[in-house]
Every structure is written in structure tokens, then in C-alpha cells.
Design a protein around this ligand. Structure first.
Ligand code: SF4
Length: 364
């Protein structure tokens, strides 16, 4: 491939990649500092196509947020409510079972994604019961449930170790963990946006244990608030290091911060340059995490489509019933159809392939 650089720094990166050399933290920051977005895209597209050719993955999935009651107080969160708020809720296990049956019947979903608040008046049996009722409603559904933050909470609630908690949930039918709660893993930023949450190291340790007991997981990165390029690079390197050890991460999901209705509402929403750079940097720096996902709910459909030229190979899912990002003012549709995702991927010149979060292609 020949490149037309407007930024000579990218030539250094290209040389390294051409020689199969791994990029380091300084390279990551260099990539972020470059505004040669076309070359960044070209480098990331080439790296993606080497692995996946023209294939772009997506899933047909249902979202369930069992409760929005949470008093952890993350400053970036627009979803959590105090117990006595008029719109605070807990969804009963019966209703969860009902929603799942309906989504299978009406939309033929293959996966359920579950994340929610940490409400201390619920019990371990309630949360574990969510997995059981989903599997009872439809045994073949792939269950991706509970971020590392929730796993830590559930283990304490059930008076068990993290490993015991993961094994019990797995016994009930849990297939994978979503990547949430990672935010920015470095403590400098974490103290400013979510001081009460588990630490970045604890998040990494829980994912290590999940991988060790045979669960695959994702990793997110919430960007566009108080962090800088160095923090994002540190975050990616922490994930890359664990991936070297375990190989258990399946995808990396950058999440654009939506400030509306949060304590950080003085911050401007992210811009297109940063949105696109994140994908390209992630693809090039995290050479061992196979999939990079464009979460269209936070990006908008149009930007998600463009991101397929910036290292993204996963268009996320139909996201039926998504709530968390829409509480924070996301202007994207609440959900979409399988047909629309297939259309957008094809319009961009790629080949859609339906999978679940283990990237099983049995639905294609
Ligand atoms: S991000 Fe999660 S843990 Fe933090 S306040 Fe919101 S619901 Fe609670």
C-alpha cells in the first residue's frame, strides 16, 4: 500500500506496522495527536481487512436494564435514580421472561444484553434468577450479562468470592460479560468521574477471572469527558496486556460520552475527529483484540457507517429497548431492525454477518 502522508509521524508508524512491529504507548499518543485522519483510516482499514476481509459483524439483540436504582453516583451517569425517584423501577423476573419471549417471537433475537444499577435491596437470587429466566424462556439465547462492576457487587451481595459468583452465574447459563464499567481504567481519571466505583485494577482482575473460568468478555472505553490521549492509550494498553495473558476479550467498544442530564453537562459532546480516531487507534494499538465495535447508539448511524473505514468490523446490534444512552440524550434511534443494519453495512461496501458475542456465525 502506498500512503500520502500529511503527517510525517504516521510514516514512522507505517514503517513499524510494515515490519510487523508492535506499537507502543508513544505511538498510540502520536496517532491521537495526528489530524491526518485519512491516513489513520487507511492504516486501520488495512489492519482490519487483513483479519476479516469485507466481513462486518452485527447481532440481533435485546437490551434489559433490570433496575435503574443505584447510589454509586458516577458523575457521567444519566441513568441511575435514587430509590424514591418517581421514575425509579425494578423489573420483575416474570416481566423479564415475558419480554424475552416477545423479543424472540417478534424480532427473532439471538442474544440478550443485561446491565443495570446496583440496588442493594435486591438479592443475589434476583440477579442470578435473571439468567435462569432467560434460559428458561429460550435456552438457545446467548446471555451477555453484568459488567465487572456488577459482578463485584453481586459477589459481595451473595457473600461469595468473585470466582464463585462467576461460576454460579455460568452454571445458570451466563455466556459472557459485557465490557461496561471500564470507563477510563487509569486512576487519575477514575477519581474525577467515578470515585466510588471499583478501581481499574479491580476491573481488570475480574475480567481475568472471567476468562479463567471460560467466559468471554468485552471491554469498553468511555471517552470525551476529562481524559486525554495519554489516558486513552494507558486504558488500551491495560486491556492489551490482559489479552496477552488470557486471550479472553472478544471486542473493544469505544463509547462516546453524552453529557446531557449528567453532572458533567458543562462538557461539550464529542466531535467526529475524536470518534473516528478512537477506532483507528484501537485497531492499530490493540493488535490482539480481534473485534472493534461501533456502538451506533452513542455515535449515530451515519458515523457508525463511516467508522467501517476506520478499523471497525462490528456494527453492534439491533439493541432492542436500549435505555442507558438515551437517558443521557443520545439522539440515535432507540432500536433498529436487522434489515436496516444489513442495508447500512452493504451500502458502505461490506458484507454483513450476524453473530452473537462469541462471534459464532451460526446465524449467518
Ligand atoms: S454508571 Fe452504573 S454504577 Fe455508576 S451510577 Fe450509573 S448505574 Fe450506578
Amino acid at each position: 500500500m502506498s500512503l500520502l502522508y500529511s503527517d510525517p509521524n504516521l510514516e514512522i508508524i507505517w514503517e513499524k506496522l510494515a515490519h510487523g512491529e508492535r506499537l507502543n504507548s508513544e505511538d498510540g499518543v502520536r496517532l491521537y495527536r495526528s489530524n491526518d485522519i485519512v491516513t489513520l483510516g487507511q492504516l486501520a482499514l488495512e489492519a482490519k481487512e487483513k483479519q476479516f476481509g469485507k466481513t462486518v459483524y452485527f447481532s440481533n439483540n435485546l437490551y434489559i436494564n433490570p433496575t435503574n436504582i443505584c447510589d454509586v453516583g458516577c458523575y457521567f451517569c444519566a441513568f441511575a435514580r435514587p430509590e424514591d425517584a418517581p421514575d425509579a423501577y425494578v423489573i420483575s423476573l416474570e416481566e423479564i421472561g415475558q419480554r424475552v419471549r416477545e423479543a424472540v417471537e417478534r424480532f427473532n433475537v439471538h442474544e440478550v444484553h443485561i446491565v443495570g444499577g446496583l440496588y442493594e435491596k435486591l438479592s443475589f437470587d434476583y440477579f442470578a434468577g435473571i439468567v435462569s429466566v432467560i434460559k428458561e424462556a429460550s435456552p438457545s439465547l446467548f446471555v451477555k450479562a453484568f459488567t465487572a462492576v456488577e459482578i463485584d457487587f453481586l459477589a459481595k451481595m451473595g457473600k461469595m468470592s468473585i470466582r464463585e459468583c462467576l461460576l454460579e452465574l455460568k452454571r445458570r447459563g451466563l455466556d459472557s460479560l459485557p465490557g461496561g464499567g471500564a470507563e477510563i481504567l487509569g486512576e487519575r481519571v477514575r477519581k474525577k468521574i467515578c470515585p466510588q466505583k471499583i478501581t481499574g485494577k479491580e476491573w481488570i482482575d475480574i475480567h481475568r477471572e472471567a476468562h479463567e473460568v471460560g467466559l468471554v468478555t468485552n471491554a469498553t472505553m468511555l471517552y470525551g469527558h476529562v481524559e486525554g490521549p495519554e489516558d486513552r492509550v494507558e486504558h488500551m494498553i491495560m486491556i492489551r496486556d490482559l489479552q496477552d495473558e488470557t486471550g479472553g476479550f472478544r471486542s473493544f467498544v469505544p463509547l462516546a460520552f453524552h453529557p446531557k442530564n449528567t453532572k458533567l453537562d458543562h462538557i461539550s459532546p464529542t466531535d467526529g475527529m475524536l470518534d473516528l480516531k478512537n477506532f483507528a487507534v484501537a485497531r492499530l494499538l490493540m493488535d490482539n483484540v480481534p473485534h472493534i465495535k461501533a456502538y451506533w447508539t452513542t455515535l449515530g448511524m451515519k458515523m457508525a457507517q463511516v467508522s467501517l473505514y476506520f478499523g471497525v468490523d462490528d456494527f453492534a446490534g439491533t439493541n432492542i429497548n436500549e435505555k442507558i444512552m438515551h437517558d443521557a440524550g443520545a439522539s440515535s434511534p432507540v432500536e433498529t431492525t436487522r434489515k436496516e443494519i444489513v442495508r447500512l453495512i452493504k451500502e458502505a461496501g461490506f458484507e454483513p454477518c450476524e453473530v452473537d458475542s462469541s462471534y459464532s456465525t451460526q446465524y449467518a
